[in-house]
Ligand binder design. Structure first.
Ligand code: PAP
Length: 356
């Protein structure tokens, strides 16, 4: 996979600097420029899904100019608070849905969400507005991490970074903070990734075909992939630290949302009271965060969600079908079997499996 590297592959951070992708006052572009230029040429290159190329950094595939400097910055500058709650996930596994559910659950006494005059943020904002991504925060907001200090406690933050790339300050058992991880059947993850990133892929790069995406995915080359390693690392961590990380599948949430949301609230230290359950609060939260409700939001334009500095995501981008098993409408029987086989092998002996 490794290939002759060139800084003229659209990965040139000089462009970012000129585009002002990083907060100028932080000096991040200067602080990490030397390191970036030294490390970049040493990294294996693979075909990108949204960009021309992605690089393999410490075992995982990342879009370098979007994620390398921010990763280093997180390590050096991000100050964890013991009450922080992190949503961790690989892309297209249910992050948006879980962001909404966690935000609604944690803030259920703060915002009224059932009356017709409700001003609940989830009624006019994309869930990505309500729960920021740590990974892209500096790029999206042009702010330093101190901007996150104004979030009410507990802060809800999200990351697509794999477990092994996170700083000790976040994952150490003494840090106090908690993690919730969601994963999803790899076949559906592949299709959801392909459709999503194809929409963000610059026209001049042409489309990524289903066959290409399938082959890349099976080689582990996807954003924040290999997907199996992303899942396995968090899975193993959850077995060792069940009080620190709650691990579940998108499919479980689809099948039994009531059970999962109650488990979530309990894990986050805010279990639903008997009265709340009797009054249907859990059902209200599930309804507020349903695919139907979130995908039909009249998102407040003044708070349009930025995917990166240049890409302003519209609300619909994050809602396609929201079903389990849709990949069978796209993948051949052989492709599905092949992916199932890879994941059976990779997850073998771990106690985790995806329904084949
Ligand atoms: P992200 O990594 O860009 O944040 P993420 O939210 O993890 O994406 O995944 C998007 C998937 O979740 C989409 O799946 P699909 O492509 O198979 O349709 C999206 O439709 C689905 N999704 C988003 N919101 C919901 C929801 N409320 N209920 C069920 N599925 C949802």
């Amino acid at each position: 996979m490794a290939a002759a590297h060139s800084l003229s592959l659209g990965l040139d951070s000089q462009n970012n600097q000129e585009n002002g992708n990083f907060p100028s006052e932080s000096g991040i572009e200067k602080v990490y420029e030397k390191k970036y230029r030294e490390i970049l040429p040493t990294l294996p290159i693979g075909k990108g899904w949204m960009t021309e190329h992605i690089v393999q950094y410490q075992g995982f595939w990342l879009i370098p100019d979007l994620f390398l400097k921010p990763l280093w910055w997180i390590h050096d500058e991000f100050k964890v608070q013991p009450t922080d709650i992190f949503l961790a996930s690989a892309p297209k596994t249910g992050t948006t849905w879980l962001k909404a559910l966690m935000f609604a659950t944690i803030n259920r006494t703060r915002y009224d969400f059932s009356s017709s005059t409700s001003t609940h943020p989830l009624l006019n904002s994309n869930p990505h507005e309500c729960v920021p991504f740590l990974d892209t925060y500096p790029l999206q907001t042009q702010e330093t991490f101190s901007g996150l200090d104004s979030l009410p406690s507990p802060r809800l933050l999200a990351t697509h970074f794999p477990f092994s790339l996170l700083p000790d300050s976040m994952v150490s058992s003494t840090s106090g903070c908690k993690f919730v991880y969601i994963c999803r059947d790899p076949k559906d993850v592949l299709i959801s990734n392909l459709v999503f990133f194809d929409k963000l892929r610059p026209q001049e790069l042409g489309h990524l075909s289903l066959q290409e995406a399938f082959e890349l995915f099976c080689q582990g080359i996807s954003n924040f992939g290999p997907y199996w390693d992303h899942v396995l690392e968090y899975w193993k961590w959850s077995l060792q630290n069940p009080e620190k990380i709650l691990f579940f599948k998108y499919e479980e949430l689809k099948k039994e949302p009531l059970v999962v949301v109650k488990r979530l609230a309990k894990f986050l230290g805010q279990p639903f009271s008997f009265e709340e359950e009797r009054n249907g609060v859990v059902q209200e939260i599930i309804k507020l965060c349903s695919f139907r409700n979130l995908s039909n939001l009249e998102v407040n334009n003044t708070k349009t969600y930025k995917f990166t500095k240049d890409v302003v995501a519209n609300n619909n981008l994050y809602f396609r079908k929201g079903e389990t098993g849709d990949s069978s409408n796209h993948l051949s029987h052989e492709m599905m079997e092949h992916i199932d086989k890879i994941f059976q092998d990779k997850l073998s002996g771990s106690g985790l499996s995806f329904g084949a």
